[in-house]
Write a protein that binds this ligand. Structure first.
Ligand code: FES
Length: 124
């Protein structure tokens, strides 16, 4: 069954500089862990980039670039354990971001997720 991907309406906040002063990536707070139910996906806009966060297993959060690697269309569907691009039907695994159905040939870029209590953060 194809379902839509939830979208976050709130903006994301940048974590204080002391927390990542020596890190190449910046860490952004995107929301609460409860915003992304087990088996679902949610799209956030982080520093102007669409970022898809999934929770394929309880307590395991994954984050991916939200653009399809075929022709850079924003992903918009979820079918079981696959993120779906409705433009031409490419699918990507919700745990790894790897292609499970073409025409895309390259997996999604992945980002590190950090859970702090119930706060969900993503490093870009
Ligand atoms: S743009 Fe996503 S499958 Fe073609």
């Amino acid at each position: 069954m194809l379902t839509g991907i939830g979208a976050a309406l709130a903006g994301v906040g940048l974590v204080g500089p002391a927390e990542n002063a020596f890190a190449a990536a910046r860490t952004y707070t995107v929301g609460k862990t409860t915003d992304v139910a087990v088996g679902s996906a949610r799209m956030y806009t982080v520093a102007g980039i669409p970022v898809l966060v999934t929770q394929p297993k309880k307590g395991v959060f994954k984050a991916f670039n939200g653009y399809c690697t075929h022709q850079q269309v924003q992903l918009s569907g979820l079918n079981g354990t696959n993120l779906v691009c409705e433009q031409h039907g490419s699918m990507f695994n919700t745990t790894t971001g790897k292609v499970t159905n073409g025409p895309a040939r390259t997996g999604l870029a992945t980002y590190k997720t950090v859970v702090s209590g119930t706060t969900l953060k993503v490093s870009l």
